[in-house]
Design a protein around this ligand. Structure first.
Ligand code: NCD
Length: 326
């Protein structure tokens, strides 16, 4: 069986535990002085293995963390990350043919593509594992794993949490995958804070293990989204939340500029709002940020988004070691 990573849905709690365990080992090995054997041992792990990074959409963190992870584990990378405009895609090559080609050179492919379902399409023809690094506005499972890992590290638990998802929930593939993962742990409550245009408009996963979804009163377009549990004011949610998961409004996904203009300033975090949050709460963001998260917040201990970036390296090292079968 090829070990593809296509969707958050595929992971059981046991899988997640073992990925986190492996990621923790990677983090420890990275910190270990070479003399104690951590780094040299680790750099044998994927010796002789090759990863193709095929990105049809821009990326900074996802592409470079996979490349860094592969390098630290002693493997090699075929980087098609500077844009497929330099590949045969511009000559009209299909996704399937590009995948079949890379399958002759590499041992796994990390794929980012603008269409929902593209990773599944790739997996149908691929002779080697496909890792979904974002399929349009669909999913981003490896980001969700690193988000969950960050929550575990920062708060010591992934259950019994109040999590506010803020911003562009329609286009935010990281939100879709993280909701799916958090939904399998008990007693999590989700607050969906977004303008009506950017509301989470896909079916919510069935609430499991006492999880509850709440939509939040929308001040921007004056539309009101009532969830299963009623109506909340955004400030009340900030006061109660354990995790505030911020996202940017994804300008590139809008068909009309007017829609973007209406929404772009709708969900901005300010130092004043952060001041309302619990001292134990954490702010996460998959990044890149635009205007929703001012830099003054970065020095607040609750701002966890650059630690989240680091966790991404550890999770992707763990995933590559697992997918490439070592
Ligand atoms: C996100 C993505 O590409 O979905 N970024 C990421 O992978 N870290 C979020 C975004 O682009 O806003």
């Amino acid at each position: 069986m090829i070990k593809h990573i296509l969707s958050a849905e595929q992971f059981t709690k046991e899988d997640i535990d073992s990925i986190f365990h492996r990621a923790h080992e990677m983090a420890v090995a990275l910190q270990m002085p070479s003399a104690l054997g951590g780094q040299p041992l680790m750099s044998q792990t994927l010796c002789g293995r090759t990863l193709a990074c095929l990105f049809y959409e821009p990326s900074t963190r996802t592409s470079s963390s996979f490349i860094a992870a592969m390098c630290k584990l002693g493997g090699h990378v075929i980087p098609i990350t500077q844009g497929v405009q330099f590949s045969s895609v511009v000559k009209g090559e299909t996704l399937e043919d590009t995948i079949l080609t890379l399958g002759q050179y590499a041992d796994a492919i990390v794929l980012r593509h603008p269409e929902i379902g593209s990773a599944h399409r790739a997996a149908e023809v691929s002779p080697i594992p496909i890792i979904n690094a974002g399929d349009g506005i669909g999913e981003h499972p490896t980001q969700a794993l690193l988000d969950l890992f960050t929550i575990q590290q920062e708060l010591g638990r992934v259950s019994n949490l109040k999590v506010a998802f803020v911003g562009d929930l329609a286009h935010g593939r990281t939100v879709h995958s993280l909701l799916d993962l958090l939904n399998r742990y008990e007693s999590n409550q989700f607050f969906l804070v977004s303008p009506f245009l950017l509301r989470l408009n896909r079916n919510l996963p069935d609430p499991k293990e006492n999880c509850v979804y709440n939509r939040v009163k929308d001040k921007v377009s004056k539309a009101v989204c009532v969830g299963k549990e009623g109506l909340y004011e955004a400030e009340d949610i900030l006061r109660e939340a354990d995790v505030v998961y911020m996202t940017r409004v994804q300008q590139e996904r809008f068909t009309y500029d007017s829609g973007y203009r209406e929404c772009k300033d709708s969900c901005l975090l300010t130092t004043e709002l952060v001041g309302m949050m619990k001292p134990s709460a954490r702010i996460l963001h998959p990044l890149p940020r635009v205007n929703e998260l001012p830099r003054e917040i970065d020095s607040d201990p609750r701002a966890a988004y650059f630690r989240q970036v680091k966790a991404g390296l550890h999770i992707r090292m763990a995933l590559l070691a697992m997918v490439l079968g070592v």
